[in-house]
Design a protein around this ligand. Sequence first.
Ligand code: ZN
Ligand code: ZN
Length: 262
Amino acid sequence: MELPDIKRLNDEAADAANRRQLEKDAEHPQDHSCTVCEWNGEEKPADYSYLTYDIFSDDPKGVIFTCENHDRSTGEPIEGYFECGDCLKVLAENYTWERYDIIVGCERLCLPCALWRYLDDKEHWINPEGVEQVVLDPHSHEEDGWNRVLDPQTGVLNLAACPHLIAVKQPLPDDLHFVENLEFDSSTGPLLAGFSSTYAEGVGENAALRKIRELAEAGYTEFIPILDGAYQFSVSIGLYVKADVHQTIEERGASSALSPSR
Ligand SMILES: [Zn+2]
Ligand SMILES: [Zn+2]
């Protein structure tokens, strides 16, 4: 499956006339036939309508219509869509292999809402100095609906517990800065470097630990690792820092590089 042209979709959706038309269509479901009935080759007037969105922008992308029989019978509200527990929008589940929803506790959230919620919790920010070891352990402990990434007692950071909160091409919040990422084989775990796999055990974990040490040396006191891309056979784990802290550290680095050394 290939990612559709997100930019074109957004340009179309951002068109005010397009938005007005979708909203107008959604106002009169009975003038349209049920989307699920249509899939089945039948035609039946709809009773309900939902504006649909995706995680790539705030603009509605379409409208789905359901009859009494098919409303929430194949999905939420129909197959291929879900309703986010935070923003309450109906969103497309996926365009590729990558899903755009995540279950947190007993709630189903869209990735942008889940990301916002995750970043907002101080507990999820990790001091790079506190990381002693990096592992890939598929069995992780759950805390408040999230898998625990760092065990503060042992300093063990589990990359496999990093939540999937960012999809390929998903716009990042302005206050988040991407530092670096590592790609792992999604089924067996080893680090993928470019197109040649480095299958030696522990290579990915060690590479991650090195990068985390570099963050500490650069002066970062907090970072957050996030699964920021799910492909058919691999996943990307990105290390993120706060954008304002990044800027301060960059400026400090630039000015110390300029000052004469003695
Ligand atoms: Zn129907
Ligand atoms: Zn949402």
